[in-house]
Design a protein around this ligand. Structure first.
Ligand SMILES: NC(=O)c1ccc[n+]([C@@H]2O[C@H](COP(=O)([O-])OP(=O)(O)OC[C@H]3O[C@@H](n4cnc5c(N)ncnc54)[C@H](O)[C@@H]3O)[C@@H](O)[C@H]2O)c1
Length: 420
């Protein structure tokens, strides 16, 4: 079987997750070039994948100025840097694996959806990893087999969890919507995508409410300095003390994100100088810490999504209600319970798979992508950009609804976006 070759644009956290698949599945895929401005990350990837020096670049602009170097491009830069490299890589005839969200800009998302249609012979997959998990695949199968009759209502909860919120959406890359993306797009485009997939119909209307309340100056302890390491009087009892989170013996995620070098000294320096050492009540964050979205679909199904930081741990729960039963699912325990009515029969499905990497989704996505590229774009993938664009539009419309206090019709919103 052909070994697929790929270039990596952005050797950060996600770029490395996908690239590592090439190390464990070396017969299937090889990373042959990298673009990354950070010298340490660039060198790490070059060495890990034995990439020749002439194929190592400081930016996607330089890499994509070269003649085509591989079958596929894995694009894992930050949200605002997705559109340009993706467009150019498609023009250069690469198959594409693009991190979600497609872009932090609604118009660019629509344009990428249109580009996907212009290149029907190219694989253009979006990293909606949840579609590749056993858990959500099982739910989709149950819904499609109509085991609870026709779906009427879905309630879905995404528990971002307090530490994940503080790390990524207060101190980290996605704390400020002007720099990156609104929370409902960044964190919940996966969930909106899953709802769209399960309902199997177009979303026609959305409304949304939510705000940033807790991670603000209102809750800052008296006398707290801007950085945790500068002698905070509340340091002992604060649940978000950077020293406790980032300087313990654990150097896995999220600690691994704060510095490519995870030695104690390098982590301490990162806290003294970088964003992860800031007091969570005193950063420039503006994204919500709790939000709900209500949706109506063109088959009259209604769905609601709750996103909240205020949980001990991260997790996802879903309840799907149909004409002849209900399905509840706990993603983190990999458990699905079906209750039938009127019989009152109950079934418990316990799935067994490795829960690491988005419940096995990261690996499933790469496996699928390699197969799609091997078949040179002739097969259909589970997460094509031309479809994914709809869940992105739902997220942008929800944010617009939250900010402007309006119920939005998706059709009208798309027109507004196109005319911007
Ligand atoms: N699929 C998922 O579940 C999931 C989870 C987390 C993040 N993401 C998405 O993945 C993307 C990357 O996130 P991350 O956590 O890896 O961030 P990151 O900051 O760790 O990685 C981004 C990398 O891009 C590099 N970069 C910046 N400018 C560049 C340029 N001109 N050329 C090449 N590289 C450049 C940065 O130096 C950085 O190393 C984001 O869009 C994010 O929203 C997806």
């Amino acid at each position: 079987m052909k070994q697929v070759t790929a270039i990596v644009i952005g050797a950060g956290d996600r770029g490395n997750i996908y690239a590592k698949y090439a190390l464990t599945h070396s017969k299937d895929i090889k990373i042959v070039a990298v673009a990354e401005p950070d010298q340490e990350k660039r060198t790490q990837m070059m060495e890990a994948h034995n990439i020749s020096k002439e194929n190592v670049f400081e930016s996607w602009e330089e890499l994509l100025a070269q003649p085509k170097l591989a079958d596929a491009a894995i694009i894992a830069t930050l949200d605002k840097d997705h559109y340009e490299p993706t467009k150019l890589a498609l023009e250069k005839d690469y198959h594409i694996l693009l991190e979600k969200p497609l872009s932090n800009n609604a118009k660019e998302c629509v344009l990428l959806g249109e580009l996907a249609k212009e290149y029907p012979h190219k694989v253009f997959s979006v990293c909606h990893v949840l579609r590749y998990t056993k858990f959500f695949s099982k739910l989709k199968e149950l819904v499609d087999r109509r085991v609870i009759g026709d779906i009427m209502t879905i309630n879905h909860n995404e528990y971002v969890g307090r530490i994940h919120q503080s790390h990524s959406f207060v101190r980290g890359n996605w704390g400020n919507s002007k720099r990156e993306s609104p929370m409902i797009l960044q964190k919940c485009c996966h969930d909106l995508d899953i709802l769209l997939w399960l309902v199997g119909a177009n979303c026609v209307k959305v409304s949304s409410f939510g705000s940033l309340d807790y991670f603000t100056g209102k809750y800052a302890p008296e006398g707290a300095p801007k950085r945790c390491l500068d002698g905070c009087p509340a340091g002992n009892e604060c649940a978000y003390n950077a020293e406790k989170i980032y300087l313990s013996d654990n150097v896995g995620w999220p600690v691994s994100v704060i510095s490519p070098d995870t030695s104690y000294e390098a982590r301490k320096k990162a806290l003294e100088e970088g964003p992860y050492g800031m007091c969570v009540y005193q950063t420039d964050n503006d994204v919500v810490d709790h939000q709900i979205v209500n949706m109506s679909f063109d088959n009259n199904v209604t769905a609601s999504l709750t996103m909240t930081a205020f949980c001990k741990d991260s997790g996802r729960h879903i309840k799907i209600m149909g004409t002849h039963g209900e399905i509840t699912g706990d993603f983190d325990y990999n458990e699905i319970r079906i209750k039938h009515f009127p019989s009152n029969d109950e079934e418990l499905i316990k799935l067994t798979n490795d829960l690491a990497g988005h419940g096995g989704g990261d690996t499933g996505l790469m496996k699928d992508f390699v197969e799609l590229v091997r078949n040179d774009g002739k097969l259909k993938g589970k997460t094509e950009a031309s479809i994914s664009v709809q869940s992105h539009i739902m997220a942008f419309a929800a944010e617009e609804s939250r900010v402007t206090d309006r119920v939005l019709k998706i059709e009208d919103f798309v027109e507004e976006v196109k005319n911007k």
